[in-house]
Design a protein around this ligand. Structure first.
Ligand SMILES: Cc1cc2nc3c(=O)[nH]c(=O)nc-3n(C[C@H](O)[C@H](O)[C@H](O)COP(=O)(O)OP(=O)(O)OC[C@H]3O[C@@H](n4cnc5c(N)ncnc54)[C@H](O)[C@@H]3O)c2cc1C
Length: 483
């Protein structure tokens, strides 16, 4: 058994854990980070950047959004069913966190919206290649890791914490299992939990969220995110905070194929459910959260995005209507070949047919329902009047001769919440009593969105992870000085 002694032990070396460890070390605390994986950064390595408001970069880009406006938008969106003081603390800190990261050498390429109508709060990290895209943020976590080590933080990888050691009602350290199966005992004045939720734990997903992963949910599963920190905190007496998932959507099997995936996300598509009925204004498919919400309440939690060769031709000639940092422009000349390749390779969620009846039969959509919907929709395209008020410019009739469909399911980046905290990131019991020495940050404690991810202020989960981590590090360092 290895025994270690420090001021603060941080469980998890993702965005929240790294921010916590740097913040605490900058205040003079000794810090040990236990990281289960072989490298730091966690799910953050997959992302592009965090939320912030009132930053220098926003001012440079003439983005005038203020903290006050962002806070009001946030609280309106969540109907005040979330901790307003925690939201305020996070939003108020977000701009200084960007400066703090820049001081570590992180460069931000630009500020972006996720979709038109959302705010330009997403601070896209400039990767080594200079060109932003998925995974752009991984360089930030490398730089944060370097900064932590420079400050003397000891990062122990391939070591999974299993239990919080309690002493007289106070958190007093952590028990972990090291690379070779040895027990690692870390004694500390304070413990910070930041293990990233349970996106890779299908049992917990079933139990706490009610989805069958692989059947009605196809979310990202970042290996190792199995709810360790949440369970450890509950065992130590933490209360349960509302648990949710950042619902988005996708066609299973097309995650890495922009060429086939992006056209199914366009506003000129027609979306129906298994009964062949419409359930969303397709203009909203740019808002992945709202579209995910609409899918979740359909039969079998699925829907179909349909378009035809006339719409494909329109997009080939004029370009796509919607593109984003995540769903870039793609050349469409080989769309049919690519789609056929996926079909030939056995993808059961994409379909191509020479008539609507054939498409319905292949996809399992009620044929009569689909025929009725398409006639009604086509009439609407002619008159310019749509049942869900889709704008005329996106109303394109389906007339063939070739039809394409993608079966769309809810997806998700990861889970949200589990450990009850206050606005100082102190862990609370179910009776709202502070557990001395125990802090939680990032996804494990992220219950600030209510029922729907606040995608109108993009970059939010990474933003929360970095800022709540920073707060936890600062508060834990102050706490240990009082002992
Ligand atoms: C594809 C993708 C793209 C994304 N893009 C963005 C984006 O652009 N902007 C945005 O705001 N958000 C984005 N997110 C979400 C964002 O990455 C997460 O919100 C963020 O990483 C959460 O940080 P965290 O520190 O709480 O958890 P994580 O990043 O999940 O880190 C948790 C860490 O804890 C470790 N760990 C787990 N159990 C233990 C244990 N028992 N002992 C020790 N260590 C343990 C894990 O290995 C991991 O390293 C994206 C997510 C995905 C999947």
């Amino acid at each position: 058994m290895a025994s270690l002694d420090t001021d603060i032990v941080v469980v998890g070396g993702g965005p929240a854990g790294l921010a916590a460890s740097i913040a605490a070390a900058e205040m003079g605390a000794g810090v040990i980070v236990l990281e289960k994986a072989s490298t730091t950064g966690g799910a953050g390595n997959m992302g592009m950047g965090p939320f912030a408001v009132e930053t220098k970069l926003q001012r440079k880009r003439l983005v005038g959004l203020t903290r006050e406006e962002a806070f009001k938008k946030f609280m309106d969106y969540t109907h005040w069913r979330v901790d307003a003081r925690l939201v305020k603390a996070y939003i108020d800190k977000s701009s200084s966190t960007i400066d703090w990261l820049e001081d570590m050498g992180v460069e931000f390429f630009d500020v972006a919206r996720y979709f038109p109508g959302s705010e330009a709060t997403w601070h896209i990290v400039k990767p080594a290649t200079g060109e932003p895209g998925p995974r752009a943020a991984s360089i930030m976590f490398r730089l944060m890791t370097e900064r932590a080590e420079e400050l003397g933080v000891k990062i122990i990888v391939e070591t999974a914490a299993q239990k919080i050691i309690m002493d007289n009602g106070r958190a007093a350290g952590v028990e972990a299992v090291g690379k070779d199966g040895e027990t690692v005992h870390v004694k500390a004045a304070a413990v910070i939990i930041a293990t990233g939720g349970f996106g890779d734990n299908t049992d917990m997903i079933r139990q706490y969220l009610g989805y069958e992963w692989g059947k009605d949910l196809f979310s990202f599963r970042i290996p190792g995110l199995i709810g360790d920190g949440i369970k450890m905190a509950w065992e130590a007496g933490a209360g349960e905070s509302p648990i949710n998932i950042e619902v988005i959507y996708g066609i299973p099997g097309l995650q890495d194929s922009y060429l086939t995936d992006v056209p199914f996300r366009q506003p000129a598509t027609l979306w129906v459910n298994l009964a062949g009925e419409r359930f969303i204004n397709e203009e909203l498919t740019e808002n992945t959260t709202w579209t995910g919400n609409a899918l979740v309440i359909q039969q079998n939690r699925c829907g179909f995005s349909i378009f035809d060769s006339s719409i494909l031709k329109h997009y080939q000639k004029n370009g796509l209507d919607l593109m984003s940092m995540v769903h870039p422009h793609v050349p469409l000349d080989k769309f049919e070949d690519e789609l056929q390749k996926h079909i030939d390779e056995g993808n059961k969620n994409v379909f191509m047919a020479d008539s609507l009846e054939e498409l319905a039969a292949k996809a399992g959509i009620d044929a009569e329902g689909l025929a009725e919907t398409v006639s009604e929709y086509n009439r609407g395209c002619a008159s310019g009047e749509d049942m869900f008020y889709k704008r005329k410019k996106f109303l394109k009739p389906l007339k063939g001769p070739r039809y394409y469909a993608g079966k769309v399911y809810p997806g998700g980046y990861g889970t949200l919440g589990g450990v009850k905290i206050n606005h100082k990131t102190e862990v609370l019991t179910k009776d709202f009593q502070v557990i001395p020495g125990l802090y939680a940050a990032g996804t494990d404690a992220c219950s600030i969105y209510g029922d729907s991810y606040v995608f109108i202020l993009p970059g939010n989960t990474m933003g929360f992870a970095l800022n709540s981590g920073r707060m936890a590090g600062e508060n834990a360092a102050k706490y240990k000085d009082t002992l």
